[in-house]
Ligand binder design. Structure first.
Ligand code: FES
Length: 121
């Protein structure tokens, strides 16, 4: 088991030690971090956070599309740290999570399924 440091950029850079075995949501909540969550199996997107540095293994998530992944979103209830990471957490990190179809309509070439492709850790 390897231990990494999670820095919460929008919580005054608070730091927590986490292991690579258990999901980040579970570990951070046990340390007293207040985080939104719902299903806890990677399907509802409630626990999304923005990864601003480092990498996670979130192969088990099914909630995010490729645009959201490209914008740095990770699903904390299934994601495991694979190195030291920095996150923005909570609903205030969700600014780019959803697309406003009135402000940012899809282009014709985007009118297709945007299903996330599995990626390695
Ligand atoms: S709590 Fe539902 S996707 Fe994480």
């Amino acid at each position: 088991m390897t231990t990494y440091t999670v820095t919460l950029a929008n919580r005054e850079n608070a730091q927590y030690a986490v292991n690579d075995r258990r999901p980040l949501l579970e570990q951070l909540r046990k340390k007293g971090v207040d985080l939104p969550y719902g299903c806890e199996y990677g399907g509802c997107i409630t626990c999304a956070a923005k990864l601003t540095d480092g990498k996670v293994d979130q192969r088990r998530q099914v909630a995010l599309n490729n645009r959201q992944i490209d914008n740095g979103y990770v699903i904390l209830c299934v994601a495991r740290a694979t190195c030291d990471i920095t996150l923005e957490i909570g609903v205030e990190s969700h600014g780019k999570l959803y697309r406003n179809p009135f402000l940012d309509p899809l282009e014709p070439h985007e009118l297709k399924a945007d299903i996330a492709s599995p990626k390695g850790p």
